[in-house]
Design a protein around this ligand. Structure first.
Ligand SMILES: Cc1cc2nc3c(=O)[nH]c(=O)nc-3n(C[C@H](O)[C@H](O)[C@H](O)COP(=O)(O)OP(=O)(O)OC[C@H]3O[C@@H](n4cnc5c(N)ncnc54)[C@H](O)[C@@H]3O)c2cc1C
Length: 444
């Protein structure tokens, strides 16, 4: 195990410990000092679940706050998936709170009646309803036909509402937080979460506004894609590792939450802090890229992500791309070429049609500068095509993976179904799981 890898594991364990400490902190606050007498197992369990659920809700904001040190050991996509699954678990935990109270004392069902219940119980019900709405809208966003941007605004507003109403509920009930210093600790805890939300939604966008970029070129690529180049204005820009990505805002203000994540497709060594993103037309925002005026202002929040060879030294690499998943791989290949790296590389790149294959020509040029073998896999090949056709199957991989395949690190980027299938095939071909790295272009 390399020193770098042990460091990543140690940092990962540290942040997992921090996560558990933050989630359980409300319970510890309740247990220190004089505690009110218990009211039976079910009742006490229900209260503990309520407080733990609120702890989890608060930490959900921290998870998506994109704190670079905390996300680096795991990768931000893993953190977002974790956030998603914890959301479901926390709904179960929070739902169990009123259910157990009612089971313990059926008369308390009256607290669910908004016309007769005290205000702090109504606050509890509102918090629960907001939480249910957040989870339903997130898990079934696509099935419900919710577009990403309105969903995101609603998600933030409802999540903040769920926490605020839960805090109001606790303040009103007062049972476990009656002593003044416990109330103080509880408020400090609540203020910390509010501070995280303010940091993410106000302070960070404000700081980004002070580091603007300008669009300096927009070039059309094959396959309905555009390469957008930006240069920093009045600052030195950012440094990134090839394969990473950033949240890009074009025009407007970062405060408006109109950012979209895109991988860098350029080498990090371009002069003047120039950054390039290659963006496929897919939806309402990406279809406007071709019409972005030159000199338009942009904001770049990044770099993020762990899809980078820098973390995984190896005698050679294999890259597997589907569609626009080629973008971060281009950044890696370009930077290897700039460094004069002569390690053996294999690129397996799947696309539907030859004439629409993004970066087809640039890949040919890179062949001359790298020790690179390229396998194109076409779903709809032209009649004269003699190369691989169809999808990237286990047989295709087996035919082209090099002899030393178990020593290589493999980087996969493409549609989710393709990525999962390839991960399975690589496992079946005996490649160690720790050598396979993937990037998904879907966070929600
Ligand atoms: C880590 C990462 C790297 C990416 N790199 C690239 C790249 O190099 N090139 C490229 O073409 N695409 C990339 N994408 C995908 C790109 O972010 C989406 O295609 C784009 O945001 C779609 O926006 P839209 O409004 O045009 O499409 P829509 O039709 O509105 O959205 C299509 C889907 O994209 C996702 N999406 C939309 N808006 C956002 C947003 N603001 N934040 C997060 N997800 C969103 C949602 O899942 C949505 O359902 C990347 C995505 C991720 C997560």
């Amino acid at each position: 195990m390399t020193r770098h890898f042990s460091h990543v594991i140690a940092t990962g364990v540290f942040w997992l410990g921090m996560y558990l400490a933050l989630v359980l902190a409300p319970l510890f606050v309740l247990l220190i000092g004089p505690t009110p007498p218990g009211l039976g197992f079910l009742w006490d369990l229900s209260m503990a679940l309520g407080f733990a659920g609120l702890g989890m809700m608060g930490v959900q904001f921290v998870l998506t706050a994109r704190f670079r040190h905390a996300t680096t050991p795991f990768g931000i996509d893993i953190i977002y998936y974790f956030h998603r699954y914890v959301g479901i678990v926390l709904l179960v935990v929070v739902l169990a709170h009123p259910i157990l109270v009612i089971v313990d004392n059926p008369a308390t069902i009256a607290f669910l009646n908004p016309f007769g219940a005290p205000w702090h119980m109504i606050a509890g019900t509102v918090s629960l309803l907001a939480l249910i709405a957040v989870v339903v809208a997130s898990v079934w966003r696509k099935a419900l036909g919710l577009a990403y941007e309105p969903w995101r605004w609603t998600h933030t507003a409802l999540s903040v509402a769920a926490v605020v109403f839960a805090l109001v509920h606790i303040e009103g009930v007062q049972y476990y937080v009656a002593s003044p210093w416990k109330r103080l600790l509880w408020r400090v805890f609540a203020l910390t979460w509010i501070a995280v939300v303010c940091h993410v939604r106000l302070i960070r966008p404000y700081l980004l506004r002070r580091r603007p970029y300008r669009v300096v070129s927009i070039a059309q690529e094959r396959g309905d894609a555009w390469t957008l180049a930006l240069e920093p204005r009045g600052h030195e820009g950012i440094s990134f590792q090839p394969g990473q990505f950033a949240w890009l805002t074009l025009g407007g203000s970062p405060l408006l939450m109109t950012e979209h994540p895109f991988s860098f497709s350029s080498s990090p060594t371009l002069p003047g802090g120039r950054l390039e993103f290659t963006i496929k037309e897919l939806g309402d925002f990406t279809r406007t890229i071709g019409r972005v005026p030159l000199d338009a202002v942009g904001f770049v929040d990044g770099p993020y992500g762990t899809f980078t060879i820098e973390r995984h030294p190896a005698p050679g690499y294999v890259f597997i791309a589907g569609g626009i998943g080629i973008a971060p791989i281009m950044s890696i290949l370009r930077s290897l070429a700039d460094r004069g790296d002569r390690r053996p590389l294999l690129l397996v790149y799947a696309y539907r049609r030859w004439e629409r294959m993004t970066f087809r020509d640039a890949i040919e040029e890179l062949r001359a500068r790298l020790n690179l073998t390229v396998v194109f896999v076409l779903e709809e090949p032209p009649p004269e095509w003699s190369g691989e056709r169809g999808w990237i199957t286990r047989e295709v991989l087996d035919r082209h993976l090099p002899e030393d395949r178990r020593l290589r690190h493999v980087f996969v980027c493409g549609p989710e179904a393709m990525t999962q299938a390839i991960e399975r095939q690589l496992r079946g071909l005996g490649l160690p799981l720790s050598h396979v790295h993937s990037e998904l272009f879907e966070l929600v």
